[in-house]
Design a protein around this ligand. Structure first.
Ligand SMILES: [Zn+2]
Length: 186
């Protein structure tokens, strides 16, 4: 289920350099659980998704980041999640507690992008990311990557792309404008 939609999304993420290697994951909400990419899956060839029930054991094949997905679905009405490792967003996350985009799409779709803490795969990361996407369309986990939540996978992918684009513009603008280089990031 949802394999073709995931593959299309994975190809877009790869093509834009929003993920590298077999990192990143994505999921889609179902009535009594959610479907998530398998641990170690390449997102452009995801294979069968793994069903994780709301109640019951988590299959060993599920992505190691299933806790974040579970907590987002528990706390919000989002129906799809994309987790990626976009390099400009990750680089910026070290210096910021949140990012306010300066480009037109960023301002429109992600007016503020929170940066949260938490080690990969932990309940702490799950709680902070879920709280973040309850108030903003996407968040950046410091030194790690983005989590975008939306109604559909395509929309969650687009938000991921918007975040990385906003971070790229942020860097490029400072690199080309000396007077901005001492600006506080956030
Ligand atoms: Zn990750």
């Amino acid at each position: 289920m949802y394999t073709e939609e995931c593959r299309r999304t994975g190809r877009r993420l790869n093509a834009e350099g929003l993920v590298s290697g077999n990192f990143g994951n994505m999921s889609v909400r179902a009535d009594d659980g959610y479907y998530i990419t398998a641990t170690g899956a390449f997102l452009d060839e995801p294979g069968e998704l793994v069903f994780v029930p709301d109640d019951g054991d988590v299959p060993a094949a599920a992505s190691s980041e299933y806790r974040v997905h579970r907590e987002i679905y528990r706390l919000t009405r989002h129906r799809a999640i994309v987790h990626a490792h976009p390099p400009h967003a990750i680089a910026l996350s070290y210096a910021a507690s949140s990012l306010v985009p300066e480009d037109s799409e960023g301002i429109l779709f992600c007016p503020e992008i929170p940066v949260v803490e938490g080690d990969p795969g932990t309940e702490e990361l799950a709680a902070r990311v879920a709280d973040g996407v309850a108030h903003a369309p996407a968040v950046i986990a410091r030194g790690h990557g983005t989590f975008a939540a939306a109604e559909t996978l395509v929309h969650a992918y687009l938000l991921t792309s918007v975040v990385e684009h906003a971070c790229r513009i942020f860097w490029l603008r400072r690199a080309s404008t000396p007077s901005l280089q001492k600006d506080k990031v956030g």
